[in-house]
Design a protein around this ligand. Structure first.
Ligand SMILES: [Zn+2]
Length: 437
C-alpha cells in the first residue's frame, strides 16, 4: 500500500486510499470496454450521436449509483444569451447531464467536467482502420488504444466514471458533493459547460480530464477567428501596371501581421514559456481572383489570432486592427481603399485559473497514486477549452490521460495505463478535496 502523502489526505485515510485504488485497478478491463463503447458512438458535434452519447452517459452514471439529472438544453434560450460563447456546427438538439454523489455535508465540492463530443475523423484514408472502432494495440508491452475521441477526451471521461464507481464500490462516504458533468459542444465553443454554469451548477473546484499527458494545465490561450478583405483594382493582365493586384497588397499585409505576431510574443506569461510560439497568428485560407488573365481586385484571407493569457479579446482585436490600419495609412492605394477586418466564427477568450491549492492537491493525488510516474509540469495550453468558461467561477485545471498532439489526428490514441492512472489520481483527489465524512 502506498503511504498517503497527498495534501488533504491524513494517515487515517490510508485504508480508504488502499480500498479505492484497488477498486480502480479491478476495473481495468471494464474501462477499456467502456472506452470501446463510447468510441463506438460517433458523437461528432451537431450529430444525433452527440445526443445519444449523453443518454448513454446518464445510464452509466445511474448504474454507478449517482443521482442523475438529464435535460434537453433549450438551444434558443442558450444561444440568445449575450454571453453565449458561440458554436460552429448546427444543432437541432443537445442534452445536459449531471451526476452527483451527495456528500454527508461539511466538505468542499468537486466538479469533474468532461466533454463527450468529438471532431470529425477527416480523411478516412489516413486512418489505419475505422475511427469509430476502438483498436487495442500492443506497443512494446504497453497497450495503446486507437480511435476517434480515444484521447480527446473519452479516455478522460472513462477515467472519471471509473473513479466514481471505485468510490461507490469502496463504500467511501465523502463530506462534500462530488459532481460529474459529461458535456457536449466543447469542440465548437463550449455549449455544454456554458449551459451547466447558466443552470447555476457550481463547485469549490473543478478538474477537466482533457489530454494533458497528466501534466497540470491551469490556463489556455484564447483564439479569435478573423477575415481580411484586401482590395485591388482589376485590369487586363497585359496592362497589369495600370491596375492594383490584391494579391500583391496582401503580401504587405501578411508581412505586417508577421511583425505583429513577433511583437505579441516578445514577452509571454511564464505559464506559456515552454511553447516556441505561445500566441500564433496564422492565416488559414486565402482566396483571390476569378480569372488567370485579370489582375485580381479582391483577396479574402481568413485566420486565427492567438490571445495572450492576461489579454482581453477586445485588446487583441484592437492590436490586429491597428496593425492593418497602420499599414493602410502608409500605402497610397490602401489609404483610399482600406483593408477590411471582420471578426467571425470562434471568438474564444483566454482562461487563467487561480488554482494553486487545487494544483497541489492534484499533484499530490497523482504522486501518491502513481509513485513511479515522471514529475508533472505545470503550463498553459496554447488551445482553448471549457477551462476559460469555468475559471471565473471556480479554481479549475486540466489533468488527464493522453498527449494532446494525438487529439484531432488520425493516429489518435491513449494508453490503458494512463487512463487507469488518471482514474486512480481522480479518486484520491476527490477523497482529499471532498474529505471523508
Ligand atoms: Zn478536448
Amino acid at each position: 500500500m502506498t503511504a498517503p502523502t497527498s495534501p488533504g489526505l491524513v494517515p487515517d485515510d490510508s485504508t480508504a486510499v488502499a480500498t479505492v485504488l484497488a477498486a480502480v485497478d479491478a476495473q481495468r478491463e471494464d474501462a477499456v470496454g467502456l472506452l470501446g463503447h463510447l468510441v463506438g458512438i460517433p458523437s461528432i458535434g451537431g450529430s444525433p450521436a452527440e445526443v445519444e452519447i449523453q443518454h448513454v452517459m446518464a445510464d452509466l452514471l445511474r448504474d454507478a449509483g449517482l443521482d442523475v439529472e438529464v435535460w434537453d438544453i433549450d438551444l434558443d434560450a442558450v444561444t440568445s444569451d449575450p454571453a453565449f460563447p458561440g458554436q460552429e456546427v448546427e444543432r437541432r438538439a443537445a442534452v445536459g447531464v449531471l451526476g452527483t454523489i451527495r456528500g454527508a455535508g461539511g466538505g468542499p465540492s468537486l466538479l469533474i467536467d468532461g466533454h463527450t463530443d468529438v471532431v470529425p475523423p477527416g480523411d478516412l484514408d489516413q486512418w489505419d482502420a475505422d475511427p469509430f472502432t476502438l483498436r487495442r494495440v500492443d506497443r512494446d508491452g504497453v497497450e495503446v488504444l486507437h480511435g476517434r475521441g480515444a484521447c480527446d477526451m473519452k479516455a478522460g471521461v472513462v477515467a472519471s466514471v471509473v473513479a466514481l464507481r471505485a468510490l461507490r464500490a469502496a463504500g467511501v462516504r465523502l463530506a462534500g458533493d462530488l459532481l460529474f458533468a459529461p458535456v457536449v459542444g466543447e469542440e465548437d465553443g463550449g455549449l455544454g459547460t456554458f449551459e451547466l454554469l447558466r443552470r447555476g451548477v457550481r463547485a469549490d473546484a473543478c478538474v477537466i480530464p482533457e489530454p494533458t499527458d497528466m501534466d497540470i494545465v491551469p490556463a489556455n490561450g484564447g483564439a479569435l477567428t478573423f477575415r481580411l478583405k484586401v482590395p485591388g483594382r482589376a485590369v487586363h493582365a497585359s496592362r497589369r501596371t495600370e491596375g492594383v493586384s490584391a494579391i500583391e497588397k496582401f503580401i504587405s499585409v501578411f508581412h505586417a501581421l508577421t511583425d505583429l505576431e513577433t511583437s505579441r510574443n516578445e514577452v509571454v506569461h511564464p505559464l506559456m514559456q515552454r511553447w516556441r510560439l505561445a500566441y500564433p497568428l496564422s492565416i488559414g485560407t486565402v482566396q483571390a481572383g476569378d480569372w488567370a488573365s485579370t489582375v485580381p481586385d479582391l483577396l479574402v484571407a481568413e485566420g486565427r489570432l492567438g490571445v495572450a493569457l492576461e489579454e482581453t479579446p477586445e485588446a487583441a482585436r484592437a492590436a490586429l486592427e491597428a496593425a492593418v490600419a497602420a499599414l493602410c495609412a502608409a500605402d497610397p492605394f490602401l489609404r483610399e481603399h482600406p483593408v477590411r477586418v471582420e471578426w467571425w466564427g470562434g471568438q474564444f477568450a483566454p482562461g487563467l485559473s487561480d488554482c494553486r491549492e487545487l494544483t497541489d492537491l492534484v499533484q499530490g493525488a497523482h504522486r501518491t497514486s502513481s509513485p513511479s510516474a515522471r514529475v508533472q509540469e505545470v503550463y498553459g495550453g496554447p488551445y482553448g477549452s471549457d477551462l476559460r468558461l469555468l475559471a471565473p467561477h471556480m479554481p479549475v485545471l486540466q489533468y488527464g490521460p493522453g498527449d494532446a498532439r494525438h487529439a484531432h489526428a488520425p493516429d489518435e490514441q491513449v494508453t490503458t495505463d494512463d487512463m487507469l492512472a488518471t482514474a486512480r489520481a481522480l479518486t484520491l483527489a476527490a477523497l482529499a478535496h471532498c474529505r471523508l465524512a
